[in-house]
Structures are given as structure tokens and as C-alpha cells.
Write a protein that binds this ligand. Structure first.
Ligand code: PLP
Length: 479
């Protein structure tokens, strides 16, 4: 099937070309002044000077785990508690760094790691808790920190999705409640450097050692006797550093990211208005003490396969984004207990991009909220003229207004509400087919149509207009 509306787009600034070409021909493209400038700007933005720019977000997790490996040497701490609802990139470094995995369950209403589940697993053999902020929505950091403190366990945040997310007045990345926080600057992230990432650290000593480990263990900034490395290397490290080409891209894109995030926030409000209150669809719960970066907007849908098919028919790409990780054979040793919440959300998850603009069919760029309105249809029946009027949800505001008006809270897939002059029907798109009516059709044909498609309709609020009453009875009679 042709997917016209992509799930993600690359947020590449148009202003990047000239400075990038300058770096390319500067005679220095490795880790140099641009990386230092990028780190400095990130440090200021995230209120954390201990920032290491790296060649990927995955490298950030690997580096944090490598630092802990050194600290934990000989302590018997060899297990990492983590979430199975994530990208394999969260899991891979845990395995490749030689740790054992313990899967914690997720919360049904946020899809984030569940502190209660962590509490059941944590012990003296726990080396770290590695959490993910699903879709950019911050996990319960304070609750997790309290549990971690009891056993003196460090916390690593996989913040691949969280650029700009905040938690209780702090920004994700400042490590107020945790020890390490990775961000990803991979191709489709809010801030991209092409590929890249960074690791924020809480502790200065850790930062100094991390700086060495990201480049073989060699001190790039220390005095050298020779260009080649004659000095001792006490701890062998990795090749994880960012280069000036990626950093230059990051520096230019950084200028736009705030504006993009605001637009994304608006898109997500439109999504929320469009999807909330629809029976069979649950939204991720957003607390007022934190703000998601909204990298993805997730809903839980009863009939996720049918929903995804319907979206596909409309050329809109939706996805689970990440599959559960615990089913892969490389982690088969760690399937120890049941994860009921994960089982629940896994089959229901549908993700939309929180992204700013989507290139639409026929080559036009168009805000995503318009698209939402293409999916949601409001049918109104004019009681005065006795005619059905279709497609009135031109604007998101109208959809929102009508959704509010309808207070759709029933176990039906379809809701109707009567006002003085109009009878409104809201279809959530999945059931749109059932309402394939034309302007001017009679109320009778509407109900006939609903009947044929076995759509249940029910009155939400009483409004004693004779025609409405009659419509309601008709609805009752076909249920
Ligand atoms: C949750 C999560 N963790 C880690 C990563 C890895 O980041 P990177 O691709 O920068 O290595 C990703 C990548 O998309 C991710 O989604």
C-alpha cells in the first residue's frame, strides 16, 4: 500500500548548507571546536554542564553502563532493570556490556516503566535501572528514585524521545532525579545531527572519566609529548565521539527546535481533541506535573489492527513504533515472569507522529490537524429541513466543540446528540463507512444505513424535541 503520510520526517534546517560546507572544507572534520560548541549549548539548554556529545544515543547508554561496570567491579551487581516496551537500542547495550536483564512491567495509562514493578525486582545485585520516557512522556522519576535510593542503585534515562520534556519543573537531561540521561539525535528525532546523541551525567568525576572512555580512554585535551599517544591509557575505552560535521548540523537545527516543539504541542492538542471521549480509544494520561516532548502520540485502540488498516486506506501511516523486546530470542534467558500490563497495551498500541508538518498527498504540505479533521466526520441532521448535512467538521475547533457537546462517554461506537435544530452524529472514522450518506439524505436513510452496518446508536442527552424523540425511538428499534 502507498503510505502517503509518513510517520516521521527529518527536521533539517534549510540554513544548514552554508555552515556545513564551511566545516566540510575547513580541514578539520573530527571532534573539534564545533563539538565543543554544541556541547556547551546543550549544557546551557539542559542546565547541565556535564554533557558528552556522541556518535549515537545508543553509545550514550553504552557509556553510562561502561562507567557503572567500572564502579561496580567486584560488587556482584550485574543486573539491569529495564522496560520491554522500547527500541531494541535500549536493550542491546545492556546485553553487550555483559549485564543480565530484568524486565519490569509498564503502566497501562502511560506506557512507562512501572515503579511498583521495579520495587519487586530490585536488590543488592541490581547494577542500574534503565528507564525510557515513552514517546517523550516522562516516567515517574521521583517514585523510581525513592526505590533506587534504598539499594543505592543508579538510574539511567533513555531519553531518546524526550528532547524538551519537563518533569516537576526540571528538564529531562539535567539529572535532578537520576544519574545519567541519554538523548538521541538520530535522523528522525526532534533534534537531528544526521546520527548522534549525547549523555548527560550528574557527577563531575563520572563526566571526566566518560570523556576519556568515549575516545579509547585517551585524554584528547591533556598535554601531549607527541601527536601520537605516548601517555599511559589506564582504562580502555570506545570510539563514541561526535564529529564536527554532525555537531554543525546539530548547532543549526538547535535554533529551530523550540519553534518546532511548540507546533508539535499544538498538533497534539488537536489529536487529543479528536480522539478523546471515543469509546474503544484510550489516550495516554498526561499529568499536570510534567510535559511530554510529544515525539509520538500514542492511543490504545480496542481494534488496533482494524484502526491501522483504516488509516492505511487513508494513506496515513500509523505504527506501534517499537515492538515489545522481551520476545526476541536473544533475551530468551530473561523471560521469568508475566507482564500483564505489557500484554494489555501491546495489542492496542497505535502511534501517530507528533511532528510539525506532514507532506500530504498531491505534494502539498499541510498541518497534521487538518488531517485529523479528515478522519473525523460530523453528520448533522437539520430538524427544520428534515435533511442530513455532511462534513461539517472543517475545523479542529468545531470537532472539539462537538466532541465536548456530545460528551461521548458511552460504550457505543457511535454517538448522537440533539440540540434545538440539529441532531449531531460523531463518527470516529473507523465507523465512517457506516455513514456514507449524501447531503440531503433523509433521517430514515441514515438509520437504515446504520442498521445495515450493525452500528449501535444511542442518545446521550435528552432534548425533548418531537423529531428527536422519533429518531431516538427509531434508533432503539434497530438496536
Ligand atoms: C527508545 C530509544 N532508545 C534508544 C534509541 C537509540 O538511539 P540512537 O539511534 O541515537 O542510537 C532509540 C532510537 O530511535 C530509541 O527510540
Amino acid at each position: 500500500m502507498n503510505q502517503h503520510i509518513p510517520l516521521f520526517k527529518v527536521a533539517m534546517s534549510k540554513r544548514v548548507d552554508a555552515p556545513l560546507i564551511e566545516v566540510l572544507h575547513s580541514g578539520y572534520i573530527g571532534e573539534g571546536p564545533k563539538v565543543a560548541e554544541f556541547e556547551h549549548k546543550l549544557g546551557a539548554k539542559f542546565n547541565n554542564p556535564y554533557c558528552l556529545a556522541l556518535n549515537s544515543g545508543t553509545a550514550g547508554l553504552q557509556l553510562a553502563l561502561a562507567l557503572l561496570k567500572i564502579k561496580n567491579s567486584g560488587t556482584g551487581r550485574h543486573k539491569v532493570i529495564t522496560t520491554p516496551l522500547t527500541c531494541f537500542a535500549t536493550t542491546a547495550p545492556i546485553l553487550t556490556m555483559g549485564y543480565e536483564i530484568q524486565w519490569a512491567d509498564v503502566q497501562r495509562d502511560t506506557l512507562n516503566i512501572d515503579p511498583e514493578s521495579i520495587e519487586k525486582l530490585i536488590g543488592l545485585d541490581t547494577a542500574a535501572i534503565c528507564l525510557v520516557h515513552w514517546g517523550g512522556y516522562p516516567a515517574d522519576l521521583i517514585e523510581i528514585q525513592k526505590i533506587a535510593e534504598k539499594f543505592n542503585v543508579p538510574i539511567i534515562e533513555d531519553g531518546a524521545h524526550t528532547f524538551g520534556a519537563t518533569y516537576k519543573g526540571t528538564i529531562i537531561g539535567d539529572c535532578t532525579f537520576t544519574d545519567y540521561c541519554m538523548l538521541s539525535f538520530q535522523a528522525i528525532k526532534f533534534l537531528t545531527t544526521g546520527d548522534g546523541g549525547c549523555l548527560f551525567l550528574k557527577d563531575k568525576t563520572d563526566y571526566e572519566l566518560g570523556k576519556l572512555l568515549r575516545w579509547f580512554g585517551i585524554d584528547r585535551n591533556g598535554p601531549r609529548l607527541d601527536m601520537r599517544c605516548l601517555e599511559d591509557i589506564p582504562e580502555a575505552g570506545y570510539k563514541m565521539q561526535m564529529n564536527d560535521i554532525a555537531a554543525m548540523i546539530g548547532l543549526v537545527n538547535l535554533e529551530d527546535v523550540k519553534r518546532n516543539l511548540v507546533k508539535v504541542g499544538e498538533n497534539v492538542e488537536a489529536y487529543k481533541a479528536a480522539f478523546s471521549g471515543i469509546s474503544g480509544i484510550d489516550l495516554i494520561q498526561m499529568g499536570t506535573d510534567r510535559h511530554s516532548s510529544n515525539w509520538i502520540f500514542t492511543i490504545l485502540v480496542e481494534d488496533a489492527i482494524g484502526f491501522a488498516r483504516m488509516m492505511g486506506e487513508k494513506s496515513i501511516m500509523v505504527s506501534k513504533v517499537h515492538s515489545r523486546i522481551d520476545n526476541y530470542s536473544c533475551v530468551s534467558d530473561y523471560r521469568s515472569h508475566t507482564l500483564p500490563n505489557l500484554d494489555y497495551v501491546d495489542g492496542r498500541r497505535i502511534c501517530f507522529s507528533g511532528d510539525t508538518l506532514i507532506p500530504l498527498v498531491r505534494g502539498k504540505a499541510r498541518p497534521i490537524r487538518d488531517l485529523v479533521n479528515k478522519i473525523f466526520f460530523v453528520y448533522s441532521y437539520d430538524l427544520k429541513t428534515d435533511k442530513v448535512v455532511i462534513g461539517k467538521a472543517h475545523s479542529c475547533r468545531l470537532t472539539k466543540k462537538i466532541t465536548k457537546l456530545l460528551k461521548v462517554n458511552l460504550s457505543n461506537k457511535f454517538s448522537i446528540k440533539c440540540t434545538e435544530d440539529h441532531l449531531f452524529l460523531l463518527s470516529n472514522g473507523i465507523y465512517k463507512k457506516a455513514c456514507d450518506l449524501k447531503n440531503g439524505d433523509s433521517l430514515c436513510s441514515l438509520y437504515r444505513r446504520l442498521y445495515f452496518d450493525r452500528i449501535q446508536v444511542r442518545q446521550i442527552m435528552h432534548n425533548p424535541v418531537p423529531k428527536w424523540q422519533c429518531a431516538y425511538e427509531l434508533a432503539e428499534s434497530i438496536i
